[in-house]
Ligand binder design. Structure first.
Ligand code: CAA
Length: 292
């Protein structure tokens, strides 16, 4: 099946990046979100990131303009229903995702492929509640989407080969690398990454190291581009906690218990960069300041 148009549900951190790379690869994009403000902010950010690519001579001005012209934004969810492929990138809450699929399904053509950018929720379960589990799968981008090379492709138990092949061809056209993961909690990247981040929070909680020493250790001692606590802030502490809970509940192993200090930061509303405060405080003009 040939994909020409892509509907993206959710204009947040992931949705705007997905719109960016899809439009740049030549797909017609319909980006939808309940919030008009979020749509305007997403379009601004896509423009800024495309401009940056022009200034670094990764793309030229004509490619930027063509990409922007391919993105249509709309607050009406069903405006994206006519697209060949839909990538849901809404809040990481199962009830929210389920409600989106319920609203969309009656308006879809029979051949439309439905996917979710979920980082941890069961693809089989999400797909089973639609009218097309065979045309449903996981399409998981990494943040920041324009920079990260990987897309995890996750087949639900019912996903058919044609659907998988169509999604794989989209990943190829985006110029990214696909890795196939089976549908078990948090798939591959987050199954490995989140326990590492959670362990870094335990190291802080137990007083083994400070925020600065933990991040410096992993940056310079393991060559990670960001320390685990800076990365947690970048991903969002609420997302990190939600994924740890999915691992803990889904695999029923105490090794996945979320660190109480991570829970406390989330309870405080200190969710990382998006709220200007997490393990670091981003409110000043200078470098972020560790909060402990
Ligand atoms: N959007 C678009 N482009 C961006 C960007 C963004 N948000 N942030 C950085 N870039 C681009 C820059 O323009 C720059 O491009 P050039 O190479 O053309 O110059 C390049 O990325 C490098 O950026 P910087 O020089 O500003 O900064 P850096 O070298 O420190 O890199 C980083 C920034 C790419 C974010 C790097 O720190 C990194 O790789 N961090 C780890 C990111 C990571 O692990 N992501 C996965 C998170 S897990 C996930 O996403 C799964 C999940 O479900 C939670």
């Amino acid at each position: 099946m040939e994909i020409g148009s892509i509907g993206i549900v959710g204009a947040g951190q992931m949705g705007n990046g997905i719109a960016h790379v899809c439009a740049l690869a030549g797909y017609d994009v319909v980006l939808t979100d309940v919030s008009e403000d979020a749509l305007a902010a997403a379009l601004n950010l896509v423009t800024k990131n495309l401009d940056r690519q022009v200034s670094r001579e990764k793309i030229d001005a004509a490619e930027r303009d063509a990409a922007l012209a391919r993105i249509r934004t709309t607050p009406t969810l069903i405006d994206c229903a006519k697209c060949d492929l839909i990538i849901e990138a809404a809040t990481e809450r199962e009830t929210v995702k389920q409600a989106i699929f319920e609203d969309l399904v009656p308006h879809l053509a029979p051949q439309t492929i439905l996917t979710s950018n979920t980082s941890s929720i069961s693809i089989t379960r999400l797909g089973s509640r639609t009218d097309r589990p065979q045309k449903f799968m996981g399409f998981h981008f990494m943040n920041p989407v324009p920079v990260m090379q990987l897309v995890e492709l996750i087949r639900g138990i019912a996903t058919d080969q044609e659907t998988f092949d169509a999604c794989k061809s989209v990943v190829d056209r985006l110029g990214k690398q696909a890795a196939t993961a089976e549908d078990f909690p948090a798939f591959i990247v987050n199954r490995i990454l989140m326990p590492m981040i959670n362990e870094a929070v335990y190291v802080l909680y137990e007083g083994v190291g400070t925020i600065k020493s933990i991040d410096t250790s992993m940056r310079l001692g393991a060559n990670h581009p960001m320390g685990p606590l800076a990365l947690a802030d970048f991903i969002g502490l609420d997302t990190c906690l939600a994924i740890m809970n999915v691992l803990h509940d889904g695999l029923a192993d105490t090794k996945y218990r979320p660190c109480p200090l991570l829970v406390k930061y989330v309870e405080a509303g200190w969710l990382g960069r998006k709220t200007q405060r997490g393990f670091y405080d981003y409110r000043g003009d200078g470098d972020p300041v560790p909060t402990r």
